[in-house]
Design a protein around this ligand. Structure first.
Ligand code: RNT
Ligand code: ZN
Length: 423
């Protein structure tokens, strides 16, 4: 058993931390207020290794791979919802759920281009009951018509049409979710289209993708119900030489068509700083959606940790004062550890990164910079890494009624014993 901290200890440590931060001009109470207004979008697909419920024998495709066979994965929508309820109870604050179209919950099979809101009604009812807002993703992989690696950019007009129809169906479902929950449902689109080996024609697929996207987005839907996001990628398994939807492609599309750009942290060269892209792209587009992920050597979708790249993303969003223009979604799938724990670790790590950014004396750093004091800037940045943000975090968890420190693990272990091991 992980020992629990006494409330008294939490309060005492918080009071001390608050004083230390106040000396730097930082109001920790205000920071916690701000943190409580950030709603992460948890990805439903960590719960079952991106399997979904469309087809029990469906194979994961599009170059995505979940490795591991940890017991207890969710086999039905009810099991997934039960797992998610546990997960939400262990993460401080109010958060959202991002659904993929293959998580359809309906007694009869439905083709992807015929999906309607009613096929997700159980999710919608559950979300409203739990007070959780939903986001959505069309699923352009794990399907026979995506088997040769192309969807919206496919050379066959019939196959392209099928995927355009799926995209349109997804937008309508997202709009209905937005209406039901009173908060816009972000509808993200990622497609696997690309080439394993050197293509002779890099132009035609991109031309087709523009046409497909324009057809998909032809109908204007109210921004208070849903927003469209498009997700770029550098390369994938099976698309090592060419990805139709590259960053430059989607960034240009987002600027010209006023769409949200999705930046997945696993979709760039490992030496690139994804955080650096925020100030560049938000100069020209209104909003970005982050797929916070952790690539290990490649887009491996490891569980998010409190890493420097994640901290840098949080810092940029806070320093740039753009928390209302950056949406934080999670995107990883690890089948080798307890899946509930995987969700909790990733979500809590991202929230910790946001908290650390929110208690940074940014003003002080910016002043030093303006005065040309680069020595002071570096010295202070290093010392700030040792400030007692853990005490502030613990207090936040206590306030939000979720386990403090590693004590959440006790609950995951109990859930594993009583529920997961019976599956
Ligand atoms: C794939 C993209 C995409 C998927 C999910 C399941 O590389 O990151 O976001 O991971 O849609
Ligand atoms: Zn992603």
């Amino acid at each position: 058993m992980i020992p629990k901290l006494e409330t008294q200890t939490i309060e005492r440590d918080y009071a001390a931390a608050k004083e230390i931060y106040a000396a730097y001009g930082v109001d920790t109470d205000a920071a916690l207020q701000k943190l409580s207004r950030i709603h992460l979008s948890l990805h439903c697909w960590q719960g079952d290794d991106v399997g979904g419920f469309e087809n029990p024998d469906g194979e994961l495709s599009g170059g995505l791979a979940a490795t591991g066979n940890y017991p207890g994965k969710a086999r039905t929508p009810d099991e997934l919802r039960m797992d998610l309820k546990k997960v939400f109870s262990l993460i401080p604050g109010k958060h959202r759920l991002s659904l993929h179209a293959i998580y359809v919950d309906y007694p009869e099979p439905v083709e992807r281009n015929a999906l309607e809101t009613k096929h997700f009604q159980r999710w919608i009812d559950w979300a409203i009951q739990e007070g959780i807002a939903l986001d959505f993703n069309g699923t352009f992989f794990s399907h026979p018509l995506a088997a040769d690696g192309y969807t919206l950019a496919h050379p066959d007009p019939g196959i392209r049409r099928f995927w355009v129809e799926h995209g349109i169906a997804s937008r309508h479902i997202a709009a209905d979710m937005g209406r039901a929950q009173g908060s816009p449902c972000i509808n993200n689109t990622w497609i696997p289209d690309g080439e394993k080996d050197l293509p002779a024609d890099r132009w035609a697929p991109r031309q087709r993708l523009v046409e497909s996207l324009d057809a998909m987005y032809a109908e204007e839907l109210p921004a208070e119900l849903t927003r469209d996001a498009i997700e770029s990628k550098l390369f994938g398994i099976g698309s090592e030489s060419y990805v139709v939807g590259s960053l430059e492609f989607y960034l240009s599309y987002a600027v010209s068509r006023k769409k949200i750009l999705t930046l997945d942290m696993g979709h760039f060269h490992p030496t690139e700083e994804v955080s650096d892209k925020i100030s560049s792209v938000l100069t020209f587009i209104d909003e970005v959606l982050f797929h916070v992920s952790r690539g290990v050597r490649w887009d491996s979708d490891h569980v998010v940790t409190l890493s420097d790249p994640v901290r840098a993303v949080a810092e940029e969003a806070v320093r740039g004062n753009v928390l209302d223009r950056v949406h934080f979604g999670l995107d990883y799938f690890d089948a080798s550890i307890n899946r509930i724990a995987a969700w909790v670790i990733g979500a809590r790590s991202l929230l910790k990164a946001l908290l650390i950014a929110l208690v940074e004396p940014t003003q002080l750093l910016k002043e030093m910079e303006l005065n040309g004091d680069r020595t002071g800037r570096l010295a202070l940045m290093e010392e700030l890494k040792m400030l007692p943000f853990a005490a502030v975090w613990n207090r936040y968890c206590e306030m939000q009624g979720v386990p403090v420190g590693a004590a959440w693990l006790n609950e995951v272990r109990a859930y594993e014993r009583s529920i997961l091991s019976e599956r």
